[in-house]
Design a protein around this ligand. Sequence first.
Ligand code: PMP
Length: 447
Amino acid sequence: MSTTSTPATTNQQSFDRARGILPGGVNSPVRAFGSVGGTPRFYVKASGSYVTDVEGRSYIDLVNSWGPAILGHAHPEVIDAVQQAASRGLGFGASTPAETELAELVRARISVGGVTPIERLRLVSTGTEATMTAIRLARGATGRRLLVKFAGHYHGHSDGLLAEAGSGLATLSLPGSAGVTAETAAQTLVIEYNNIAALEQVFAENGHDIAAIIFEAAAANMGVVPPQPGFNEAMVRIAHEHGALAISDEVLTGFRVDPAGYWGLDARGDAGGARWVPDLFTFGKVIGGGLPLAALGGSARIMELLAPLGPVYQAGTLSGNPVAVAAGLATLRLADDAVYSRLNQVADTLSRETSAALTAEGVEHVVQHAGNLFSFAFSATAPLTFAEVKAQQGYRYAPFFHSMLEAGVSLPPSVFEAWFVSAAHDDGVVSKIVDALPAAAKAAAAA
Ligand code: PMP
């Protein structure tokens, strides 16, 4: 018996067909346009600053694969590196010299002001694996049970990390996930972000039993909410005073906001030195240049507790996959100072122009930055916590989003996500985005 398949031709047909086989028509929830409504676009290719859908329509992309594409899509030198790696074999299930090269490059990059917080690195395939392993490692290193996280921070979808998480859970208003046992959930203590008193209290009450605190170096999964000055420093100090480890999740910020991530940006900042040094870092997104690759790293003392040297087990068939490593190496090698200054410039212009357009229409808003990551909150004052983020006039985002999409600009389909720029956004592309803003601001004002 032969089966025929009719090629989908419109986004709607593609979505309808997908819903017949993929739950919700997607393989990751936010892609379903749940909070903005309408038909998700189904893409067939991407190049530079554009993505193209099944209908042949191109959009200027401000999602950039949710972060990895800092050079823009399909950078020729990255594609060349990937093709060369692929032609030598898709995976060996054994070590390759390129994995060591990539790890050494990461160690050198995450070294600022004479501080080298990463002595050893392990490559995994997703950010979820990186944070999950970092937590296991922290428990293995301390012999303790509890984990502290912040409401609104997202660290992937492992069981212990879904309580009051940002990203898709915020978009869908989910407090956590079904399928996580009460016992597991009880081992995660969720506290308010940017609140030092809450930190002091949770450690005063449970300090002897806390293995680690995990945090986004700058929150960017509830929209962008940077840490208040001195907050990360206080957090790491308090954790260390109680013998707990500090795990800085830089899956999203790492290699995007600075060559050394948010930690590097801060360490190079006003004070000109590292005032806080996490015990473990997690990376994803940019480190794989768009292919599945992530990592965790830290001191040799802690990292060498991992198998095969130590008792903390972690493994992966696809870990350090040679094609993904080639994409990551090529991307990081190309991401020089000129790339970061372009990312900063594009982010500055877009955030300023968007804010001006909203102001012109009388739409109450604030723009929040973490380096070149930014987002808007429809509120009168800058939200510092998840509760404040959720209290904004979020309903204004859907009409804003759809007006931009109609004009050919693809924004993140949720007010709780950051906007991602790339170095491929040239001045012509930026001015096309700017041209689309007044109508979108009008739509937000009318909501
Ligand atoms: N941590 C952070 C800060 C993230 O932003 C994400 C993904 N957006 C993750 C972890 C999980 O990464 P992944 O989706 O690759 O599992």
